[in-house]
Structures are given as C-alpha cells and as structure tokens.
Design a binder for this molecule. Structure first.
Ligand SMILES: N[C@@H](CCC(=O)N[C@@H](CS)C(=O)NCC(=O)O)C(=O)O
Length: 228
C-alpha cells in the first residue's frame, strides 16, 4: 500500500476526468494519494501508468485494500466506488428504474459531454493549426449538451438528475461543465450561459457549493500555480 493510503489515483492537474474521481473519494471520505502525470512528457503513455491502463489516459485508480484492484474509465470508477464503499447509498440510487436512469446519464456524460468538450480543448490548445470550423462545431455541441441538461433539470422538482438528490450522475458532469463555463463558451458572442441555461446554471452552482468541490478547487488552483 502506498503511504498507508487506500487508493492510488493516477491523474492530471488540469484533467477534468481525474478530478471527478478525486471528488467522489472526498465525498466518501476515502484516503488516496494522487499522482499527477505530466502530459508534456507523455507520462500517461509510459510505465508505470501504461502497465495499469492500456488506454494511456487518466484517471486510473488502484484499490490497495481490494488486492490492488485496478480500474480505469472515470465513470466505471465512480460506479465501483459507490457500489463497494457507499454503504448507505448516499450518492447513488437503489430503485431499479432509477439505477438505469443513473447509468443513462453516466453514458451520456462519457459519450456526449466529455469527448465533445474535450475535443474543443484539443483544437483550442494543442492542434497545430487553427481550425475555426472545428472550434465552432464543438462550441455548438457544448451548447446543445447544456441545453439537454437545462431542459431536464428545469422539469426536475429536486433540481437533480435522478433520485431527487445529488448522485454520481450529477457529479460526473461537473468538472467538464466548469470548463464549458470558464473556457469553451466564455467569450462566445451572443452566448450567456446564465441566461440561456438557468436551470443548468443553478444545478452547477449547487454542486460548486459542496465542501468536496470547494476543497479540491482550492487544491487544483494551488497545483496550477506550482506547475505554471
Ligand atoms: N472516457 C475517459 C476519458 C479519459 C481522458 O480522455 N482523459 C484525458 C484527461 S481528462 C487524458 O488522459 N488525456 C491525455 C491523452 O489523451 O493522452 C474517462 O472518462 O476516463
């Protein structure tokens, strides 16, 4: 076991998918050590990380109290953690239909939100050429996804996605939504997230106010200044 912590989390200072897992570990009060990989050095594609995760992308989690069990894909990790360690089922649901709805949101996040928001970041920061049509496509797709969430949340009496409470479904969207607000849609002419997607914005703010989120946002800001 590494330094007596139950989990090792391979992650990245800026990567939204890694912070999702850290947030749930915080929510569940589980102990973990984060190893921040350097993407500039391509550490995610090298040993030791690649030995655990053949996909070479973060996050990867190792559970030392469960025979050094290794898991990757952030939403698979969220499901594992609530299944095994959320004994009171605080952050998940138990009703059969609601379980499927929770999965629906996790799949939508992993296929419809993360990749599109992530592709925007790739074209904005790393792609060698400036491809305006690609940037516009991903900005439009980001707005479309926020519209889907806003429509559903506006009709939800609790203001949460499933089960009438905050669950891993809500948590799974948070970190990429933060990127949408602070970066992807920030300076887009004619776009006002607050006005266009009020139910989405209210939902995002409720998550933002959680202790786990406040703690890790502060930690991330500190790490960013160290690595800047
Ligand atoms: N579907 C995966 C996506 C993982 C992913 O794209 N991670 C990004 C960081 S947020 C990454 O490792 N990028 C580095 C690379 O592609 O080499 C998940 O949810 O875990």
């Amino acid at each position: 076991m590494s330094h007596g912590k139950q989990f090792t989390l391979y992650t990245h200072v800026g990567g939204p998918n890694g912070w999702k897992v850290a947030l749930l570990l915080e929510e569940l009060g589980l102990s973990y050590e984060s190893i921040y990989l350097d993407f500039q050095k391509n550490e995610q594609k090298q040993s030791p990380h690649i030995d655990y995760n053949p996909n070479g992308r973060i996050p990867t989690l190792i559970d030392h109290k469960n025979g050094d069990f290794v898991l990757w894909e952030s939403n698979a990790i969220l499901l594992y953690l609530v299944d095994k360690y959320d004994t009171e089922k605080r952050l998940t649901v138990t009703d059969e239909k609601e379980k499927h709805i929770l999965n629906q949101w996790l799949f939508f996040q992993a296929s419809g939100q993360g990749p599109y928001f992530g592709q925007y970041s790739w074209f904005a920061r790393y792609h060698p050429e400036k491809v305006l049509s690609a940037l516009e496509r991903y900005q439009k797709e980001t707005q479309r996804v926020l519209g889907v969430l806003d429509g559903v949340l506006a009709k939800s009496p609790s203001g949460w996605l499933v089960g009438g409470k905050f669950t891993i479904a809500d948590l799974s969207f948070y970190t990429w939504d933060r990127a949408a607000i602070s970066s992807i849609l920030k300076d887009v002419e004619g776009v006002d997230v607050e006005k266009q997607f009020p139910a989405f914005r209210a939902w995002h703010k409720k998550t933002e106010a959680r202790d786990s989120v406040k703690k890790l946002t502060e930690l991330q800001a500190g790490l960013r200044t160290q690595t800047a």
